[in-house]
Design a protein around this ligand. Structure first.
Ligand code: ATP
Ligand code: PMV
Length: 468
């Protein structure tokens, strides 16, 4: 049963097609595509038959086992914001509760409620929140991901989230962004917050970045949250110091400081990130494809190692990054020009796009060799080379941080090309990687493609079947 006041919001996943590592530095941009795998969040009042209301917010993710989190909340003194505390269902022991914490949900809830209390009213009514993730965020049975199955739109994975194999589409960023947007829309009057407005999106972006960084315990570039809000874009990061100027949640003044940071007023002032949406296009008749290389973990500490190389060999790194940045921006530009051209080039269609992919890959392999980090390891080189031999594949890269997790391809959007890729993957055996735990995995195409739109208001009734 969906309540009249219910709110539903969805946010897309991401792929950083070009600009991995460079985007950590404000001198460079990242070419990020939103993906049409979304995380959907619905929020509605808790119905109590007895009329007794408790200060409780229940969050559930019904596709997973043990995925119910109950929170109590209270307004702290001296503008410390709203403190949320996970409640322990009677049947749980303390040990079990520790296992069941969800840092992304808990942090996003604390940050959003603190902002709401400071920006509007500290009266927070009890609510029930349901999270639903499109199936491609996690490795699923083959039939599900290629859409040939009649299975549920939101597959029941039947395992705890920690046991589900992620495909790297940025579930935590899409979750934090959709979750924050749903809370702001539900609790704030529409005169104070409107998701459709530029100002609403900007405040959502700032708040979701703050919560996501706090939950993951580090300040990354934020390209994933940016694309969850804005969809595909050319992204330049915010200065990390913007988020180091507030006290911890619950401490005096946290609520006020958070509101000032999000609203870009007070001592911190305006955020300096940039989002260029019009610079990013995919020509008609082409599409992005994501391939899940389910064959082992990514080497931990890749970012640390690349940055250590950059520090140690500053001149070498600066020269390489400058060439890589030019190649990345050229790819974005070539895509945009081809998308805006009235007709495709007759003789050698998309030759410049193909060349851009090749340049990027060459430079990434140089960065891999110089830094000793397997960004495009030999196994991925072999896979990408094989994909690129298919005529309808214009090019491919190891996206984001690279490694052994995934490849992204730009292909001609036709069945022949998809069939040829499926055929290639059916017999492809991924080789053994350098860190010992990689090998023998299969490659599969996810059912996702690029998505231009970011955060979106949805109709709560569309999720009725999955709400308890
Ligand atoms: N459907 C979901 N329901 C509730 N929490 C989820 C859900 N999906 C992801 N999460 C939260 O996000 C965490 C995974 O986030 P993490 O940043 O490790 O991965 P990711 O964002 O998917 O990966 P990547 O950055 O490689 O794209 C989970 O441990 C869980 O806390
Ligand atoms: C290496 C980095 O630039 C990209 C990581 O991307 P992904 O999580 O592999 O999609 C890190 C960052 O931008 O925060």
């Amino acid at each position: 049963m969906v309540h009249d006041t219910a709110v539903a919001v969805s946010a897309p996943g991401k792929v950083l097609l070009a600009g991995g590592y460079l985007v950590l530095d404000r001198d460079y941009t990242g070419l990020v595509f939103g993906l049409d795998a979304r995380i959907h969040v619905t929020i509605q009042p808790i119905e109590t038959s007895s009329g007794v209301t408790l200060n409780e917010i229940v969050v559930q993710s019904p596709q997973f086992a043990d995925a119910v989190w109950e929170y109590g909340y209270r307004l702290t003194e001296q503008h410390g914001g709203i403190q949320v505390v996970q409640l322990r269902p009677c049947s749980y022991s303390n040990a079990e509760l520790n296992l069941n914490r969800n840092a992304f949900i808990e942090t996003a809830l604390g940050y959003a409620l603190s902002y709401i209390a400071s920006a509007s009213s500290p009266q927070i009514s009890p609510a029930s929140i349901t999270i639903l993730a499109d199936n491609d965020y996690y490795s699923t049975p083959h039939a599900l991901s290629n859409g040939t199955s009649s299975a549920s739109r939101f597959h029941n994975f039947g395992v705890p989230i920690s046991k589900a194999h992620k495909t790297g589409l940025g579930s935590s960023a899409a979750l934090v962004t959709a979750f924050t947007a749903a809370l702001l829309t539900y609790y704030l009057p529409s005169s104070t917050f409107d998701l459709e407005s530029e100002d609403g999106k900007r405040r959502l972006h700032n708040l979701a970045q703050a919560a996501h960084c706090a939950a993951q315990g580090k300040v990354g570039s934020g390209f994933d949250v940016a694309s969850a809000v804005y969809g595909s874009c050319l992204y330049r990061r915010f200065s990390p110091c913007l988020l180091s100027s507030h006290v911890e949640p619950g401490q005096p003044h946290f609520g006020t400081q958070l509101r000032e940071i999000v609203n870009e007023v007070g001592t911190v002032g305006a955020w300096d990130h940039s989002i260029l949406k019009n610079e990013v296009k995919v020509p008609r008749g082409l599409r992005l494809v994501m391939c899940d290389v389910s064959c082992g973990s990514q080497t931990p500490g890749m970012v640390k190692k690349v940055l250590a190389w950059r520090k140690e060999r500053a001149d070498e790194a600066a020269e390489l990054w400058s060439r890589l940045d030019t190649a990345n921006r050229t790819l974005a530009e070539e895509l945009r020009l081809a998308a805006e051209a009235a007709q495709t080039q007759a003789d050698e269609p998309y030759a410049t796009i193909r060349a851009s992919f090749q340049t990027i890959r060459t430079l990434i392999r140089q960065m891999s060799a110089k830094s000793g980090v397997p960004i495009e390891p030999p196994e991925q080189t072999a896979l990408l080379d094989a994909c690129e031999r298919i005529p309808g594949v214009l090019g491919g890269v190891v996206p984001g941080a690279g490694g052994y997790d995934a490849v992204s391809l730009l292909i001609v959007d036709d069945q022949v090309t998809v069939d040829q890729l499926e055929e290639l993957f059916a017999s492809w055996k991924f080789g053994t990687g350098t860190d010992g735990d990689v090998g023998g995995g299969r490659v599969s195409m996810l059912g996702v493609r690029e998505e231009m739109q970011g955060i979106k208001n949805e109709r709560p009734r569309d999720y009725e079947k999955w709400l308890s």
